[in-house]
Design a protein around this ligand. Sequence first.
Ligand code: LLP
Length: 430
Amino acid sequence: FGTARINEKKHLEIGGCDTVELAAQYGSPLVVYDVALIKEMAQGFKKTFEQLEMSHNVVYASKAFTCKAIYQLLDKEGLHFDVVSDGELHTALAAGIDSSKIEFHGNNKTDFELEMAVSNNIGTIIVDNFHEIELLTSLLKKKQKTQRILLRVTPGVDAHTHDYILTGQEDSKFGFDVKSGQAAKALQLVMNAPEFDMAGIHCHIGSQIFDTAGFDMAAERMMAILLDWREQFDYTAAVLNLGGGFGVRYTSEDTPLKPQEYVARIASKVKEICKTAVYPLPEVWIEPGRSIVGEAGTSLYTVGSRKEVADVRTFVAVDGGMGDNIRPALYQAKYTAYLASDMTAPDTEVVTIVGKYCESGDKLIEDIALPDTAAGDILAMTTTGAYGYSMASNYNRTQKPAVVFVEDGKSQLVVKRETLDDLLRFDLDY
Ligand code: LLP
């Protein structure tokens, strides 16, 4: 992916940096991000809309990978930001992001979070439920402020199932249900409250989606809701936010379209429906997370012990595991890895790569063909940039890895490795 290539030492190189040298310099496990690829993805989304001559907003779903540096990098690329907690908001503000470029999501935003969002003049709050409408109304009244909002609705598309069971997504903890009339009721409430600038609607149909049918259907249904609301309530939306979910490649078995192609389809669909229905073309927002940072991230591990279970399997253990990447254990997610220190060596055996955590489920990759590996070798696991570091834990009192950005032969540490003393920061003596 991106700038990854094999250098003259036969090592894996990313962003012009030798990954074996990166592991030596910064230690392992280490998460390496290909900055050029992140920029390419961000610009790819923007260009897609520009080519269609559509007003748009590419909002990075920062839960995929959150730290000050990623906010700062994507801010320079002209993206906006989706935050889902006080912590993500705090990080974005600390990174210097203009609060008008931030949108706040969540199905149970606390009083504190809403207060924090409103006091910081956050751009948009994606309102999820009636409780939130109540909390926000009294907060805004108290502060004598107006807040731009979108209403999150469930359009009844469940993209996690192959046959798109149309009612699936209605059984969701997020958003206002459309079929039962909840969404229309919410619209009337916020339309009649002067505290709200009711800018439009939002949906998110799922994550790591490859098929285009779910996105097409979501765009159609969201437009149908807007046409219905124009008819019934004389309401016209300025913004249509269709969420994220564009799939990426983890292994050769994954064959998604390019993320921009999904967006081109959705955007064209919206444009076409608006034209037919003579509806003013809304600003179309998308919220990609995984597709911006997923393929750009690579985790470097050092190989340690090895165990052969005769006639069954060989375990190769690395110095990380479920603490820095819970996805294989949690979702049975599949990944690929390479021997970074000899990219041209032929595969000689099939092994299971495991971590160092005290749990049998701590497997990173089952049954992968690799060349001979020995203790001290560097393994590179690819496409770990989304929901890897951001879901990391300190299980077994391990320290979260360091993160470096690489570009044009230069590397920059953007998140320090945790230290042993960091682990004691909150402990008090008894
Ligand atoms: N917008 C909303 C409202 C979301 O809930 C999400 C992801 C996104 C955007 C970004 O979706 P993406 O483009 O990254 O697919 N931890 C899981 C993924 C959870 C996604 C949650 N919501 C994983 O590791 O696969």
